[in-house]
Design a protein around this ligand. Sequence first.
Ligand code: MGD
Ligand code: MGD
Ligand code: SF4
Ligand code: MO
Length: 765
Amino acid sequence: MSTIEDPTDDRLEVTPPKTWATGLPAVTHAIQYSLGQTSVRRTALTLLNINQTKGFDCPGCAWPEPAAGQRHMNEYCENGAKHIADEATSRRVSADFFREHSIRELAQKSDYWLNQQGRLTEPMVKRPGSGHYEPIGWDDAIDLLAQELRRLESPDEALFYTSGRLPNEAAFLLQLFARAYGTNNLPDCSNMCHESSGVALQETLGIGKGSVGLDDIHHADLVFVVGQNPGTNHPRMLSALEETKRNGGHVVAVNPLPEAGLIRFKHPQKPRGLVGRGTPIADQFLQIRPGGDLALFQALNMLLLEAEDATPGTVLDHGFIEASTTGFAEFAEHARKVVWEDVLTATGLTREEIEEVHERVLRSESVIVCWAMGLTQHKHGVPTIREVVNFLMLRGNIGRPRAGVCPVRGHSNVQGDRTMGIWERMPQDFLDALGREFAFTPPARHGWDSVDSIRAMRDGRATFFLGVAGNFVRAAPDSEATEQAMRRCRLTAHISTKLNRSHTVCGETALILPTLGRSDKDIQAGGEQFVTVEDSMSEVHASRGRLEPASGTLLSEVAIISRLARRTLGSTAPPIPWDEFEADYGTIRDRISRVVPGFEDFNERVAVPGGFRLPNPVNHGTFPTTSGKAVFTCNTFEMLRPQKGHLVLQSLRSHDQWNTVPYAMNDRYRGIHNARRIVLVNPVDLDALGLADRDHVDLVSVWRDGVERRARDFRLVAYPTAPGSAAAYYPETNVLVPLDSVADLSNTPTSKGIVIRLEPAVAGI
Ligand SMILES: Nc1nc2c(c(=O)[nH]1)N[C@H]1C(S)=C(S)[C@@H](COP(=O)(O)OP(=O)(O)OC[C@H]3O[C@@H](n4cnc5c(=O)[nH]c(N)nc54)[C@H](O)[C@@H]3O)O[C@H]1N2
Ligand SMILES: Nc1nc2c(c(=O)[nH]1)N[C@H]1C(S)=C(S)[C@@H](COP(=O)(O)OP(=O)(O)OC[C@H]3O[C@@H](n4cnc5c(=O)[nH]c(N)nc54)[C@H](O)[C@@H]3O)O[C@H]1N2
Ligand code: SF4
Ligand SMILES: [Mo]
């Protein structure tokens, strides 16, 4: 029996939210977590290698490292250290563990408990009708998968899900395999994450990526941080914002919550960060209502147009607008019609606050807007980001230094996976290049994204699910509907490092394929291998595992995918040298350099410490849109107007979790201890609802399909959220997000805009 406790929520303690992030306590917390997982030696080894040019890339977020030569010895944050400790843990899940615990029993366990069991060590199978996983050899496991794939009536019955943990080499092979097999069904975590950014940026600027680098952030006059909690989710971004401030720049934060990192920051790697009050980050904080950002940027745009009317030729960048954009006249006409009353209702802000931001914009020569899930996971996420682009273009803040768009990515290689072709809708020129290189015709029909994949499994149109490096059933919306859909599959399989709930929600046959993590040494027939990743600012660099692998039985992701492809496609397929790819990842990079633009001479360029930056045409004033120009758009905002007695719930991350995986029950910066089933509500709303701090409530989501979705027994915490809104953790609240409640155009679940009512919890259920 395991001694790991499964914490309950009965021990909730609340302390005042913190007004600063990082600093000495943060580093101590990281080391404590690591020592709870593994030995002093392994802790030291991981921490010495993380984010160093000869070590491995932090498997946490996609925030970039400083240039080679400018890195600290400890170039990581508290959370990066926790992510790596979680992977480097000395705990192991063996065949005995699965003999002791039935799948039904494991399905009752919490996400926390499952993760705490440690690293997966050998391939396991659940046979049809069985209630247990049992060991299976690698060859048999791969045969089982290959046989199932070969018997499907159409390749489109298969789904290949990935998260952004996958490095470039494995991602390239996975999409090559799926397409050579005959499908574009490559749903990924990005569908639930920054898809709205990709869609909006592709349409307006011609490339779905950010345009700024670290240096631009450091030297910008004004940086907006919108819908993002960097203190927890991109902690080293705070060092960059501190640099902005030291160089005389300003920061405006837009968020329904007064997040600690946005207020004050103590740099953990500098003596001045260990003592003293730290640097105040946000010069202005706008406590916006969830979903109000489109209205905010429309108001700012209207103010800019009016300022230009008042003093023509001094506000807008007419040179840029005329030479490089289309659609300005229609946009300007539309933008002038914005009604203040609507803006104030949608944002919950005052006109004075918005005018103060406008004054800052007028004083700033260079402006950057950074954002994350607070913008993308709303019904109107795409129009909101298009409006941000309008805002930047009005003053020419696109395509020049110290200015631009900065969607801050989540998973460490989520951007790279897209570049490598993990997308259900890759453009035809990519498919053509892939087909030319490997002498086959990739399927042209678009595949299913994450939400459509769930619908396809639900309706029996997809029966095979392979998940690589994620936890699909917990990441996806509408947990109950998603789990029912997964259980309808004939076969579900996961290439994973650690146990999670997706392993317990099985198709008729189910497989667990354990794999090496980022920090593990990877030795193949061709010698020791490294992999590559691309960060949020398009920097591509190498990552080398340094630790002894968690078990001698593990295969790398590249090896598993290569073997599966070879076995599935057999001799009928195009001649793809899967063995060679498995033996020497350099041969994969050679192919990438011939298929993916920007990767010419990949092997040579990635051998340079720190790697290289991919070109972004926007920074050269070239916009690869259909018209060849950047596009102004006309957007209308829809207000989230909950009925009386209802609140808008956003689901977010605590400080102690990595996506679907809680590391502990705390959210230190927000003052929450020993509990995750809590919901933050403004005290004024609590009074109006006749509820009190610490009451037990059920969260019930209200959606047009009339289905009752309920998350049971949460504790209320009085908290300074924007009035009318509430916040609670993901993935516990995913049960409330209706499958069909998605962002227009990007199909991203609306995880930040769920209308709920609170009902007193019934004791004993
Ligand atoms: N430690 C840690 N780091 C992570 C992750 C993790 O789980 N743990 N996950 C990684 C991943 S995959 C991602 S995508 C990123 C996510 O990074 P974030 O986007 O910072 O993550 P969330 O916790 O979802 O927080 C969203 C923020 O948006 C705010 N917000 C919500 N709704 C609105 C709105 O309508 N308008 C505005 N202006 N703000 C709003 C919330 O109050 C919150 O501060 O983090 C990455 N880094
Ligand atoms: N309600 C709500 N839902 C959300 C969100 C939200 O804000 N609110 N956010 C969404 C976002 S932004 C994202 S990105 C998704 C995240 O969704 P996912 O990316 O699917 O989930 P993760 O929790 O990151 O996956 C964790 C699992 O990855 C496996 N793993 C870790 N490292 C490795 C590795 O190196 N190799 C392999 N093969 N496996 C590994 C481990 O087994 C671990 O259990 O969730 C989305 N869902
Ligand atoms: S900021 Fe992100 S990438 Fe950097 S060390 Fe922290 S978690 Fe890792
Ligand atoms: Mo994400």
